[in-house]
Design a protein around this ligand. Sequence first.
Ligand code: SF4
Ligand code: SF4
Length: 167
Amino acid sequence: MTSSAERQCGDCTLCCKVMAIEALAKPANVWCPRCSPGRGCAIYAARPDECASFNCLWRVNDLLDDRWKPSRSKLVLTTSDDGIEIRCDPGFPNAWRKEPYASEIRAWAAEGGTNDMTVVVIVGQRMILVTPEREFDLGIVGPDERIVRELEGTKVVRATVTKASEM
Ligand code: SF4
Ligand code: SF4
């Protein structure tokens, strides 16, 4: 989507599929009509600001090697207020269970357990909270909803979804 980060998108256009683009009323998980998959954006110079300012984590984080390039991994990583979000290409819903991704995601969950960072995998409309001990399938989580974790010490024992306005 952008041109300013350290790495270049090259043949990757996956965020133009998995991310929702509010300015275009484009829902998540469908190709943007302006995108030529694998080639780029037909309105690059005039693309919405939310596209121009977007960088997935692979572009900006050297710790993610080329196996994590989204066009290869089928995973688009971003940060959230609480931690990391991992969006699967809906055409490859099990991509996150393959290696080296699955082990790395579990390792992040283990780190997150000690510094209160959440690791969430998003497959289509489903959200899965990954903790060091287990996975919590949260089902469909709306944009106005938030994950609420119940902790015993640093261990997540329950995860539910609630309206942001009720928190
Ligand atoms: S997912 Fe990342 S690497 Fe791929 S096009 Fe978007 S910003 Fe570029
Ligand atoms: S407008 Fe361009 S950069 Fe934005 S989602 Fe569509 S194809 Fe991608």
